[in-house]
Design a binder for this molecule. Sequence first.
Ligand SMILES: C[S@@+](CC[C@H](N)C(=O)[O-])C[C@H]1O[C@@H](n2cnc3c(N)ncnc32)[C@H](O)[C@@H]1O
Length: 271
Amino acid sequence: MAEDGLPIRCVADHSERKLRILGAYMTIFSTGMKNKWSYLNYIDLFAGPGLCYNFKRAREILGSPLLSLNTRDPFTSIHLVEMKERVLNALRKRVLRHSRKDSVYIYEGDCNEEVANLRNNLSIGYDSLDLAFLDPEGFELSFETIRALTKDRKMDLIVNFPTSGIRRNIQKTASRDSSRLDLLVPGWREVYRNPLPTSEAAALAILDHFKKLLEGIGYETIEPADRISIFTSDTKTHLYDLIYASKNKRGKDFWQKVARKALEGSQKTLF
Ligand SMILES: C[S@@+](CC[C@H](N)C(=O)[O-])C[C@H]1O[C@@H](n2cnc3c(N)ncnc32)[C@H](O)[C@@H]1O
């Protein structure tokens, strides 16, 4: 339980680092873009309860939904999807206590099914820019959801890509006729068929293929600097990658500048 008496998400240093990067990007996005667009929307398909507890440091930190509610310059609208009832109830209570609660839409259910509903609530027109954070625990996200969410919209994406999950399971996954990976990275089997020396190499090749899929739906070329690898703080095990994608080159400059700075800062305090 958190200090506010509601359920909290228990995390390690690497999640705090992820959230610092996200928070830094949200700040530059919401402040840097406020005079350029009439509508700035934030979308969080895997919202969680709103608050996290870093058990290594014994401290509470804001989860992605509350980070989006606490930017200096507000988002016009905030869209939060969560599937687990208990988590969703905690999230809803935390949102309702917030002064910006009226800007928030909450969706209960599987984000892969809620996406059409969510799209109906987004502002329409050319004068609107979106930021979406896609933060599954594993393989819960489908590429078709990303396609449906982003179609005909200017939407920056920060995707938590499960590199280590792929690395650990790739042989077993490849031996099955179908898996959740087919939904997250359609076509990955063609990449995997080429001889790859290690499971890590296979996971990275699949990640590259995922980047190409994003480029295929209108995103700018995703360069190595657009990807931030997240490691455990003690054993430096590669866990997952934050992949940034934008339909605009300037967004990429912001991400590279802000995210690297946030990463350096968190390396000083989280190691
Ligand atoms: C990694 S956590 C999100 C943490 C949150 N983004 C943060 O940083 O505070 C993933 C959350 O997504 C939820 N979830 C899992 N599968 C989902 C799905 N298909 N649709 C919506 N939510 C889902 C889980 O219950 C969990 O709360």
